[in-house]
Design a protein around this ligand. Sequence first.
Ligand code: GTP
Ligand code: MG
Length: 687
Amino acid sequence: MPATEPGKIRNIAVVGHRGVGKTSLVEAMLFQAGKINRLGTVEQGTTASDWDDGEQRRAMSLSGSLLHLDWHDRKINLIDCPGDAGFQADTFAALRVVEGALVVLSGVMGVEVNTSKVWARAEEYELSRVIFVNMLDRERADFFRALEAVRSQLSDRCVAIQLPIGAEHELTGVVDLLHMCAYMDPAGGKEGGPQPIPDSMAGQVAEYREKLLDAVVETNEDLMARYLEGEDLPLDDVAHALKDAVTRDELYPVGCGVASKNLGTTALLDLLVEGVPSPAKKGTTIEFGDAKQAVFIFKTISDPFAGRISCFRVLAGPINGDTTLVDPRTHAKERLGQLLLLNGKDNEPAEHLPVGDLGAVAKLKDVVTGDVLVDHEVPVEPPHIDFPEPVMSFAITPKAKGDEEKMGAGLRRLSEEDPTLMLRRDQQTGEQLLFGLTQMQVEVACDRLRSRFNVDVELHPPRVPYKETIRKEARARHRYKKQTGGRGQFGDCEIVIEPIEAVDGEAATYEFVDKIVGGVISQGFRPAVDKGVREAMEHGELAGAPVYGVRVTLVDGMMHAVDSSEMAFKIAGSLAFKEAYHKADPVLLEPIMELEVTVPDEAVGAVNGDLNARRGRLHGMEPAAGMTTIKAEVPMAEILTYAQALTSMTGGRGDYHMSFVRYDEVPAHVAQKIIDETKQEREAARA
Ligand SMILES: Nc1nc2c(ncn2[C@@H]2O[C@H](COP(=O)(O)OP(=O)(O)OP(=O)(O)O)[C@@H](O)[C@H]2O)c(=O)[nH]1
Ligand SMILES: [Mg+2]
């Protein structure tokens, strides 16, 4: 097969909130392009991209899946990303290797928590973005409401490029406002060719076409001038200007349809080809020095049959199966071997891959996700991807005695593959704790331990990772002195502590400022004060939780010519901090989770009442087809054992997901209880 030119490739990550139809949409695109012969469904576990056993059982995506198709002589590489917040590592890695993001949202729900998160990341990477409002056939779906939501919550440069014909169960097609044609609902079959726009929509179509043209010409001076002179702009010119605007990140076209029926797919594929820039046009910011051939490994798949498969983007090339590259991290040389193009679990051999293409190889030995491989040893800095910090933790134990080592080894492997999964030992209890972003992610890790490493484990309710911080400034001085015979101890310091502004809802952690004048404490001892303060901050005085968000300024102190030591200043710093802390209005912080519960309509009252009792704050409720999705923010401490409660309230028909949003202050009456409990625990431990 001849290699595709870089100019003919489109790399697109399909991203969005959980369950909005990303996988179904990818399936529809593959089907419409003739890459697959039948339109699979998520319910039946027959889609090309949700091929993993766990994905099919849960009817949701658990990892990024690479697929490709041809459309109008262009090769479109798609990465179908999971929407559950627990698998963000895959989503963020995918966004690092594409030029474009296809942001999918539900026409019922509009912009959701994860929509905003992926949007922000796409923004950071300056990706071109296309939005697709899906599920317009569902009850209470409303394209125009969703359009308003993206314009107000994501960017006011979002502009409709398609319109629905009809709504909800009377939706019959979509209008393509760029090419001025319509596509009718194929009800799961192949979408037919362009049709005339129904006359009844003339007014609305004219209005939105004008909005689109206004938005496009605004990005192009030449077109603007011609437009103002009243010229009827030719399609090619508008399409060209649109593409430039999308490439330059100045416009975000909003399409729409029904993925599960394959409606809107043609117009969407056209838009991806016309709107998203090729690697030749935009290129990558990943470093590869002066290498003539280089790849970046963005994902590793552990396949039970094929072994390890490494997915990569070609940074410099072309490359072929004989290409030998070196990993500057390990200095190991690797011959790539048979190049593969993936389609979910299926693959096709490829002879060459050009710059910008996405492909895979099996059985690289020492290569891990995140590595850049180059043709000769050049010092390259692999791209840094900022992953979210996992906050949920579960104590984890093997079911069979003696499996501890196997469990540890398996978990270490899994966390190599997913950097947001972490194994740590609890210093107080000695338990092994598995940290993750969501409960789903941790449960999936346990499934994999069983299937890949043959270890059965048990998870125990997570501990709440409380934090402490202060609300006001306070000052304290402590003198630590022991001068009875022989060489003594002397350290004396005065500090001021004050809160640091929170960054993004998360308290910035710690700053130490040295304002000693005249050398009242010599340079050598000041870091000891800092060290003492840090130690004191590891276990706050309220509930033994780590202290965050504090600036400590060392303002004064005293030394003794003979008796001063690092040790003495460390103790003085630590005790000064504790004294100041009590005066600084310390408070306890708890993690707040975004909870999404889907329950039968008749259980809504009970579930809402229960959420209220759990200090939950409701902020959304969307009924659809006999089930209602309730969204609420609930303190983590209140939903540790939610699964059982939900099962009994809904007779087992409820389902929920949650992910961390931020830390909030624990209300005083609740905080007091936690503080008392920790005090008792500590006393019990001492006794
Ligand atoms: N009515 C309707 N249902 C849809 C549509 N698109 C997808 N679905 C259904 O919605 C559910 C979720 O679809 P998926 O394609 O798995 O969604 P996803 O975004 O890939 O989900 P995650 O990967 O788990 O985040 C499935 O039951 C689909 O059949 C649509 O346009 N209309
Ligand atoms: Mg999916």
